[in-house]
Ligand binder design. Structure first.
Ligand code: UDP
Ligand code: MG
Length: 153
């Protein structure tokens, strides 16, 4: 089953929204395969946000991502990368659609609560960046048959 990498950013932790976001993940029927709290540093952020290191806002982005630990999650589901990006919403919380995590919980273009992998290829790279292999658990939740029709998984 496809996997994606999610980070609950310091803006999520500082606003006491961890439970709100994890509740949405659970209610949707996504499988939590890995979850831990980590303090990010500039080295890992320069890898994770390599596409943004030359942007003028990069130092502020780094500072905001190091303000508290983050909660890193590995989620699984059918088409989970696309499904969870759609649940995440547009980058800027003021433009993200209502009903999305950012659209409902954020008013900022940088303090936008959550990171989610954008492609299955990047998801594999990002999971390996934040989790050791033994920290990602391969188990079958008892309710899987209630989440998917038998021919969907
Ligand atoms: N970001 C920012 N200003 C911008 C664009 C992005 O502070 O103009 C931050 C924001 O926190 C965003 C992250 O950089 O989530 C990564 O940017 P990306 O374009 O990859 O957006 P995402 O994939 O998170 O929607
Ligand atoms: Mg991105």
């Amino acid at each position: 089953m496809e996997k994606t990498l999610v980070l609950l950013k310091p803006s999520c932790i500082e606003r006491n929204l961890i439970g709100e976001v994890i509740g949405r993940i659970e209610r949707k029927g996504l499988i939590i395969r890995g979850m831990k709290m980590i303090q990010l540093d500039e080295k890992i952020l320069r890898e994770h946000y390599a596409h943004l290191v030359d942007k003028p806002f990069f130092p502020a982005l780094c500072a905001s991502m190091m303000a508290t630990p983050v909660v890193a999650m590995c989620l699984a589901g059918v088409d989970v990368v696309r499904v969870f990006r759609e649940m995440t919403g547009a980058t800027n919380g003021r433009k993200a659609a209502p009903g999305t995590i950012r659209g409902d919980l954020s008013m900022s273009g940088s303090l936008n609560i959550i990171h989610a992998s954008d492609t299955p290829e990047n998801a594999e790279i990002e999971i390996a960046r934040f989790f050791r292999p033994e920290e990602v658990f391969d188990y079958t939740p008892a309710n899987l048959k209630a989440v998917y029709e038998h021919d969907e998984i």
